[in-house]
Design a binder for this molecule. Structure first.
Ligand SMILES: [Zn+2]
Length: 331
């Protein structure tokens, strides 16, 4: 007879899933990190351990600057990494992926046209995976060469939308509201990281000032009932990443992760891995942790998976097929 743990694992594996919050540079596979630094990555890094906690966001960001960004210097290297990452995503029974690549790469690729990066990422997509690629940037990134790159990139077919990454300060700047509105006018999707560490007011600004309906994290909103009401009123989706939240100390423990409170408040929440190279996580681990440590029911796991398809950029008939598949799993 299977144990409850292996039964749960099998159940999670059967759930068709989406992943809607994944940073490609934070997904660098270990074997490629090893090519950059064979000694530091001879074995899995310490931060893959479940009990590891980052001491502040700056140290987390430092890993990108000191190692990961060194890989992402050419279309070929993006292709190499994405091919492996996308195969891992598909192995989690994930059929729809929204991931971002970082504007900072524009500085590292020399004379190569930046669009080649977006093309290389799409070329790495395996059959059976729907891919939507986002251009990610910092809150103060829009200047000089970067501004010209953003102005062009938002019009490319390869780019499905934009996201604001990194430190949740400074406040959102006027350029971002202007660009975000231009991106939506092009029929594309806008996102922003807010409320991972920042308060409810920052989440509110993402919705009201930037006009986004896709907030990455959004945890801070829980402190303010009026902001929760705003999220409901505007049908905002929170793309959450529980293991990342715990390891970065945005929440004290997985047991205390507030996703259930958001769901109870009528907010649509999805679940993703954020930066698997930093957290040593895969998508099924997120669902398992929510069931095992946070105490979410199987029905709630299915609801979260359904939320991902509700917000996905997929034809209605395709969504309906996944809704039916999820409903069948609940019987
Ligand atoms: Zn993120």
């Amino acid at each position: 007879m299977p144990s409850p743990a292996s039964d749960l694992r099998a159940f999670v594996a059967r759930i068709p899933k989406t992943e809607t919050h994944l940073h490609l540079e934070g997904s660098l596979p270990l074997e490629l990190a090893r090519r950059i630094d064979p000694i530091a990555f001879a074995s899995p890094p310490p931060y893959w351990h479940p009990d590891y906690r980052f001491h502040g966001f700056a140290l987390f960001q430092e890993q990108f600057d000191s190692c990961f960004f060194k890989w992402f210097v050419s279309p070929e290297n993006y292709y190499e990494s994405c091919r492996r990452v996308f195969a891992d995503v598909v192995a989690q029974n994930c059929v729809y992926l929204e991931c971002s690549f970082h504007l900072g790469t524009a500085e590292r690729i020399g004379q190569t046209p930046f669009r080649e990066i977006a093309r290389a990422i799409h070329a790495a997509k395996p059959p059976g995976l729907e891919l939507r690629l986002y251009l990610g940037m910092f809150r103060d990134h829009y200047a000089g060469h970067f501004a010209r790159v953003v102005d062009e990139a938002i019009t490319w077919d390869e780019v499905a939308g934009v996201d604001l990454h990194g430190f949740e300060n400074p406040e959102f700047q006027p350029w971002s509201a202007e660009i975000w509105s231009r991106v939506r006018a092009l029929g594309k999707t806008t996102k922003a990281h807010a409320g991972e560490f920042s308060p409810a007011a920052d989440v509110r600004r993402a919705v009201e000032f930037l006009g986004t309906r896709r907030v990455q994290h959004g945890l801070g909103a829980l402190q303010d009932p009026a902001t929760l009401a705003l999220l409901r009123e505007h049908d905002v989706t929170l793309d959450m990443t529980p293991i990342s939240n715990v390891k970065l100390r945005a929440v004290p423990s997985m047991r205390e992760h507030p996703i259930q409170q958001f769901l109870d408040a009528g907010i649509r929440c999805t679940v993703s891995t954020d930066d698997p190279m930093l957290f040593g996580n895969q998508l099924n681990d997120e669902y398992l942790a929510l069931a095992t440590d946070t105490g979410l029911s199987r029905a709630t796991l299915l609801k979260i998976a359904r939320h991902g398809f509700e917000v996905a950029d997929l034809p209605t008939a395709t969504k309906q097929r996944y809704f039916t598949e999820l409903a069948n799993l609940s019987e």
